[in-house]
Structure formats: C-alpha cells, structure tokens
Design a protein around this ligand. Structure first.
Ligand SMILES: *Cc1c(COP(=O)(O)O)cnc(C)c1O
Length: 354
C-alpha cells in the first residue's frame, strides 16, 4: 500500500531548550493515520498534519476500552543518521496484542514503513543532545459507534511523535520499589502480555499508594499466589542474583519487552549466565539480606535501564548495592544505548536507518 503524504502548511516552533523536553508533552507537526472497515481492510494510509480526532461519544473504545499501543524511539546518531531500534519487534508485538483484543492485524511491512515515512518527515524533530530521542506511539482504537458489547467493525490506526528529554540528566539514579501484595496487574489468561490501555488504568491505584509511601514504582506479584515477581509499571525486572542475571519467564501475564530481550542477548554476549524463571519474592528478600542480590534494574524503552536501590515488601526493606547503580547495570545500559545511537557496533543488526 502506498503511503500518501500531506504536509502541514504551518509548522510549530521546535523547542530551543532540549533539556526541558520532559516526556510526551510536546507533539510534532505530522501524524500517520489509516482506517479499517471489516470486509474492506485497512485503507488510505497517509501522513497528515497533526490534528484532533473527531469522534462520536458512543465510539466503542470510549466505553469498552478496545485499544492497543506500542512505544519506540528514533535516535539521532553522531553521523547525522536517524535510527530506529528493532521496529519489526514492535510490529510483531502489536499484532499479538491485536489478536488478544479481537482487533485486526497491521501488516508488519506497512507498520514499519509507516514509522519510517513519518519519522523521515519529522526528521528535524529528532532532538540531538545526549540521551534525547523522538518517542513514537503507534495506536489502534475501536471506532464503531454503538453501546452493544462486541468487537468493533471499524478501527483507526495512527502514530504520533513526541520529542523526549534525557531521562538521566544527572546520571542513573536508583529508584525505590514497593512490592505490591494486595492489588494485581494481570493473571494468566488475561491481557498482561498485550500492550493495552486497560492494563495501565487498573494499575494507577497501586502506583498512587506506593508513591504516598515514598516509592517510585510498583513491583507486581503473580495474580494467583502473590508469590512470584512479575514486572514494574512499564518495565520488565532484572536481578543479578549470585552472579546470574534472572528475570521472570514470559508466561502470559508479563509484557514481553524488547528491552528485556535485548538485555538478555547482551548479557549472554558478555558471558553472564541468564535465567528466565519464576522468582519468588521470598527468595529476593532473603538474597537482599544475605548479600546475594547484587543488582536490580527495570528495563523498558522509555527509561532503557532503571537501577533499583531499595525493595520494600510487607513493611520490610532491603537495600541493593548500597543504593547505588551496579557495575553490570551500568555496562548493559552503556552498551544498549551505544547501539541505539549508532556509537557501538550493532552486531545483531538491531538498528534500522530511516
Ligand atoms: C511496554 C512495556 C514494557 C517494556 O517493553 P519495551 O519493549 O522494552 O519498551 C514492560 N512492561 C509493560 C507493562 C509495558 O507496557
């Protein structure tokens, strides 16, 4: 399918101060858009001026939450290239999410071509200072009008872009994590592996309560026994336990992060043993007390790697690596960021030039 391009006549002033970009607050001049109708498929793929959606208040997404999204970034390399990181993986995951939510797939080729066409047009919006990037948000919503519950027969697919600032202007600062033992995020058979808005809506309550207790993130336990660690807000969790890098196995309730997958590959390249398995919270707290929990960090596109300095579970806290970022965490961060910005050899062929 050919992507039409309709350029904006007036463009916004780009922020002069890249240190004040923040995350997701500024939207660019253009967006990608296409529509879907059952029987007809996807049609009129196009890049158009960024604009408001006009929707009927009875549109199904607004009532029953049939919605999925993706998140990835475009990076400005030192040689002037603009790079995407493993966008095919976002396309694949988007279609797995679509399958779970009874939504139509978007051909992988079209998904990645849409990203490339849009980013090419918004090239000047990709910020250049260290650690900054252009965040990309592909989204699909159910647009059929009606209050009867069923899978919508019409959808919108769009991509919007937002220049985002360096996450760690002062270096990687370890965060405090609250291990949630009341609320749950997902269960096997549910929608945990899908990137769908509802998973986030239901997580807000625990996040607010954790924030009130002085913790930046919630670590979710499994929904059945509340015994095994799953993931945090929008990051998968990694633990360096007695020399082995351990992370929860993908069992249906965990979001299969592309950062998670990349970190596992990089750690194996470095000769670090990696274990994908059930990790009991009791095991972690015990390891925290006897010194075997050497490092812990979250992994996700937004923050890349987020070191964890403290875990609090049922009123008890353990400090990890004296509340400082660990050596392996720092090395994995540097390596991954180096590849993403084209500063380090990309031997797995992960980056895609726009
Ligand atoms: C997006 C997301 C992640 C991280 O995935 P990446 O592909 O690494 O960005 C982890 N957990 C949840 C719940 C997410 O939505």
């Amino acid at each position: 399918m050919k992507i039409a391009v309709n350029k904006a006549e007036v463009t916004k002033l780009k922020p002069a101060d890249e240190s004040a970009l923040g995350f997701g607050k500024i939207l660019t001049d253009h967006m990608f858009m296409m529509e879907y109708e059952k029987g007809k498929g996807w049609f009129e793929p196009r890049v158009q001026p960024y604009q408001k959606l006009s929707m009927d208040p009875a549109s199904m997404v607004l009532h029953y939450g049939q919605e999925i999204f993706e998140g990835l970034k475009a990076y400005h390399a030192a040689n002037g290239d603009v790079l995407l990181f493993r966008p095919q993986e976002n396309a694949k995951r988007f279609n797995r999410s679509a399958g779970r939510m009874c939504m139509p797939p978007v051909e992988e080729e079209l998904f990645t071509e849409a990203l490339r066409t849009l980013v090419d047009i918004e090239r000047d919006w990709v910020p250049k200072s260290a650690g900054t990037s252009l965040y990309l948000r592909p989204t699909m919503i159910a647009s059929e009008v009606g209050l009867n519950v069923h899978a919508s027969n019409t959808y919108l697919f769009y991509i919007i872009c937002s220049p985002s600032g360096a996450l760690y202007p002062r270096g990687l600062a370890p965060i405090r994590i609250y291990v949630e033992d009341q609320y749950i995020r997902a269960v096997k058979g549910g929608t945990g592996f899908a990137k769908t808005g509802g998973n986030y809506a239901s997580s807000l309550k625990a996040a607010e309560e954790a924030a009130a207790k002085g913790c930046e993130q919630v670590l979710w336990l499994d929904g059945v026994e509340r015994k095994y660690v799953e993931e945090v807000g929008s990051m998968n969790m990694m633990f360096l336990l007695d020399g082995k890098l351990c992370t929860a196995a993908l069992d249906g309730s965990i979001l299969p992060g592309i950062t998670r997958d990349s970190i596992i590959t990089l750690a194996k390249d470095m000769g670090i043993p990696v274990e994908e398995r059930n990790i009991a919270i009791a095991e972690l707290m015990e390891a925290g007390k006897n010194g075997k929990l050497q490092e812990a960090f979250g992994a996700g596109t937004a923050a890349v790697v987020s070191p964890v300095g403290e875990l609090t579970y049922k009123g008890e806290s353990v400090t990890i690596n004296q509340g400082k970022i660990g050596a392996l965490t720092q090395k994995l961060y540097d390596t991954l960021v180096g590849i993403q910005y084209g500063a380090q050899a990309d031997k797995h062929g992960w980056t895609v030039k726009v």
